[in-house]
Write a protein of this length. Structure first.
Length: 490
């Protein structure tokens, strides 16, 4: 207990004191006080809604407990993924209390070295994927009231996100309007994908919808037009943030090993989402809207960015027509080279090989997979990708430096990494060491002080303040945020 109540300055606090700029945690987590939240759900949906959501324990824990009670053989029979377990701070009682109590967190911000924190829930990140429409909408509405109220007294140092369902554009717009205009919430997290039934399978056997479905990532191939959602975010001056994980999809499902399911899960969930938004032309049509993909790190983002550049260079329309159009193939010359240089076995199959060579290749409806992006030169990819996409990284990730590596990233790009502490979850053993760990990359010479400033301050301001110049008003960050935005024309 004595250690828990120690007033000794942490190394993180000392680092903060040495900096000439604030520190913003773009993705801290809290553990919901579910009994209090259920009161809000009762107010929104009535007692029956609470029973449907909770039962004797919170929904997520109820689901997990059912999985825990299955033997390995039973999980194998139904191929149910191994559940997450022991995911919250335990030995460090102070950190557990910090994650559960806004008041305790507020009191510890100096120790942590944070000037301002954008806070995400834990269990409530699952609310947008509740299958039942009425329960999903009621739970999101109730939760946003709950989050607004419990952090209201601490608005000068921290702000909670509102949770936005995305099953249809209409429900997303309705909750965006309510959360921002009515409740005054200024940051939001949108559901990162929606499981949709596959029409042919649904017609034949609707009972298979739960397992035979596809993920809708909004930017490509959706039954809905999500442009009104993006337009509403621009109108309301909120950045689009995602906390999407790929838990149990396809090959990412072990029945016995939770680490197999978890490692890379957030990156794997964000990759198709970011890719769909980019190739769907969303950043072209909404050139001022910022998107953040949180907690997945920067490694996957660098890989995606470089892959898009490489693929466009080989498969842009001009390259396809000049190099890959099947009409360019000299079939007679090809056949002659194969047969004349071949042995007796090949010459004996001349007619079959001729049929193979002369086989017509199908022509797709469109050969331009980048049409929605309207890319004319490869640098356009940088300009559509880098300023609009932000990537949440954790303090101890050794790949963080790659985001700032202008010698490797195409066209000298510095991807917009933002520090997300992930305090409140199992992978932060000591909250007071987060900033200390992030600064180690400066001490090791992997990033510069300027890179570090962008990581812990500049990019957070661009992400949220770039959408809403008043985002940091009334906070310790206000003056420096306004200075940065003014210098960049914001």
């Amino acid at each position: 207990m004595a250690k828990m109540l120690s007033k000794e300055q942490s190394k993180s606090a000392a680092i903060r004191a040495s900096l000439r700029h604030p520190v913003v945690d773009t993705d801290g987590h809290y553990i919901e006080l579910t009994p209090l939240f259920l009161d809000y759900l009762r107010d929104v949906g009535g007692p029956a809604m609470v029973e449907r959501y909770a039962g004797p324990t919170p929904m997520a824990m109820e689901v997990q407990s059912k999985v825990y009670n299955l033997s390995l053989a039973e999980r194998r029979d139904r191929w149910i993924r191994a559940p997450s377990w022991w995911g919250l701070p335990a030995k460090n009682t102070l950190d557990r209390a910090t994650a559960m109590s806004p008041a305790v967190l507020y009191d510890r911000l100096e120790e942590l070295g944070f000037d301002f924190v954008v806070l995400y829930p834990s269990e409530a990140l699952r609310l947008p994927v509740i299958p039942e429409t009425d329960l999903r909408l009621a739970a999101c509405r109730a939760f946003n009231h709950f989050a607004r109220d419990i952090f209201k007294a601490y608005a000068d140092r921290m702000t909670p996100v509102g949770v936005i369902p995305m099953n249809t554009p209409e429900e997303a717009i309705a909750e965006l309007e309510y959360a921002v205009r009515v409740l005054g919430i200024k940051a939001v997290v949108l559901g990162g994908s929606v499981a949709r039934p596959i029409p042919a399978i649904h017609r034949e056997n609707p009972a298979l919808d739960r397992i035979a479905n596809r993920q809708d990532f909004f930017g490509l191939d959706s039954e809905y037009d999500y442009d009104p959602v993006w337009a509403k975010c621009v109108e309301l001056k909120v950045a689009v943030t995602f906390h999407a994980g790929q838990w149990g999809w396809g090959s990412r499902r072990s029945i016995s090993n939770m680490m197999f399911n978890h490692i890379g899960g957030l990156a794997a969930g964000h990759d198709p989402l970011c890719k769909a938004l980019f190739l769907g032309g969303v950043t072209r049509r909404f050139p001022t809207l910022n998107f953040a993909f949180l907690e997945g790190g920067a490694g996957w983002a660098i890989n995606l960015y470089t892959d898009i550049v490489g693929h466009w260079e080989k498969r842009n329309v001009r390259a396809l027509r000049e190099n890959l159009d099947p009409a360019l193939l000299d079939r007679e010359a090809l056949l002659k080279l194969i047969v004349e240089k071949g042995d007796e076995r090949i010459r004996a199959k001349r007619e079959q090989i001729k049929a193979l060579v002369n086989q017509e290749m199908p022509r797709p409806e469109s050969i331009d997979d980048f049409a929605a992006c309207q890319i004319e030169k490869p640098e356009d990819i940088r300009d559509l990708f880098v300023p609009r996409f932000y990537f949440g990284v954790e303090a101890d990730d050794p790949k963080n430096a790659l985001a700032f590596n202008t010698r490797v990233n195409p066209f000298g790009a510095r991807l917009r990494a933002v520090l997300g502490s992930d305090i409140g979850h199992w992978d932060v053993v000591d909250m007071a060491k987060v900033l200390e760990e992030a600064h180690e990359e400066v001490e090791k010479g992997l990033i510069t002080e300027a890179d570090f400033k962008d990581l812990v301050f500049g990019n957070a301001v661009r992400l949220h303040g770039g959408m809403n110049p008043d985002f940091f008003n009334g906070t310790p960050v206000e003056a420096e945020a306004k200075k940065l935005l003014a210098a960049e024309g914001g």
